[in-house]
Design a protein around this ligand. Sequence first.
Ligand SMILES: [Ca+2]
Ligand SMILES: [Ca+2]
Length: 579
Amino acid sequence: MSSTLIRSIISLPFAVSALTMLAITPAHAESTLAASIQVNQVGFHPAAPKVAVVPTGAARDFAVVPADGGEAVFTGTTGDADDWAFSSGEVALADFSGLQAPGLYRIEVEGVGESHIFEIGDSVYDALNDAAIKAYYFNRASTALPAQYAGDWARAAGHPDTQVMIHASAASDSRPEGTIISSPKGWYDAGDYGKYIVNSGISTYTLLAALERDRERYTARELNIPESGNAVPDLLDEVMWNLDWMLTMQDPADGGVYHKLTTLNFVGEVMPADTHEQRYVVQKGTAAALNFAAVMAVASRVVGEYEQAFPGRAAEMLAAAERAWQWAQANPDLPYRQPDDVKTGGYGDGEFSDEFAWAAAEMFITTADPRYWEAVDFAGTQNAVPSWSQVSGLAWMSLAHHVDGLGDAANTALIGNRVVELADAVLATAENSAWGVPLQRSDFVWGSNSAVLNRAMMLLQAYDLSGKPEYVDGAQALLDWVLGRNPTGYSFVTGHGDKTPMHIHHRQSQADDVVDPVPGFVAGGPQPGQQDKCEYPSKMPAESFVDHWCSYSTNEVTINWNAPLVYVTGVLESINAAR
Ligand SMILES: [Ca+2]
Ligand SMILES: [Ca+2]
């Protein structure tokens, strides 16, 4: 585990240039966190479990009061106080699930204070879910964002990426070093302007999985993007922007897939239109090919539902997936090795059994060809909470979602067992959490909020299979964490909550002249590595966060962290709407 952890930390995108490093000023953070009542600041569906966390050394009475004042609408007593290894002090849980009347409220505890405002209501996550998808629009490369769609965050076009150079590490007979290719569109990966296939893989997949899970929901949502009003769900329109780019990353000569498209070094705090450094495609690798194969296999079956809008595209994607799969069969162990002259994010991974399982699962689901099921030892493939480098969970998730339609070759009992085993292991960690949230020490890694949300995504798979409410309640607690039920007091999604990050490590948000950051992005979240050497209020794992541009290790945003936020908020809306 520790080697995985270290690899994750050292190879995540250090989206900060030498130029930027020189410009860093220390954060003016408080020396200690103020203990206060913490609650999901976006809110709760009337039927959902509702829990706040109260700093206290003993059980206390609490009251829920209307946000605009007046008499308490609910009163109760907290549970017993307890401590937690990952944060300071003792806390107790205030359960107000019995309050179901829609409205805006606060929690009050005499002698402690009051919480941030939150809402109880139907569809309480709709706006958040829309915004989390719209964040991808804001990160589109190769296009201007007109005010009609982008509002205050309108910006000029940047990175046309029609003159991208083949890096020496990616040279081939038909495309020698220095060859110019066109590779436009796609999303900027994170706070930087690079485009990385491996991280695009899990991100694009998760959004497509959200659409597969909740097609009706997403067909009805309008995101005010240029493709709104056409016959395609805006979520799929947004994903197509990245699929179009990913397809250009496949070498037409051999089916191999380039690992990334970036400059040689990170650029400074500038808008997309103000940076013109040469961009390169860099080295093909096994992880890139298998991520590509998996995503194109999923995309093929989703896009195939909209053949009239996208004629021929589903077949094109499936053919691309098969060519990438074949390339990976011939190159099964080619890790990405960062060339000496390339300093952008590495996303290096040396273990590909999970990528093979994921690609095989998706190819099997889409084609029903039993050779794909037999190509991998699924019985020997464990389940795991997904991350960009560990994707076996995506295989089990897709297999579970499609379990009723799989051919005879598939072991459906195995699929169910893998999903429930992981969900039960996740839920069990809540027993040691004074915060009532199923988290463990290994979740406090770079991008901890994505670990939190991917845990919720895995619990929701078990809910879909079993219908047991404890899984959806666990997912709710994890979303609560991201939206404010945590020791930092932040709702980590820009623009959604009472106290939200204002200084995310995101170049557009830093370089534009708008006070508010681009909305809908989840910040990375607390983790004690403090690799950026910024000034933090605490070294405790769950408290080590600072809302400052300096903090690329806790306050950056990335497309793969936002994707499970989309998935989880959409599924919770669908589940809540049905109960
Ligand atoms: Ca549309
Ligand atoms: Ca892997």
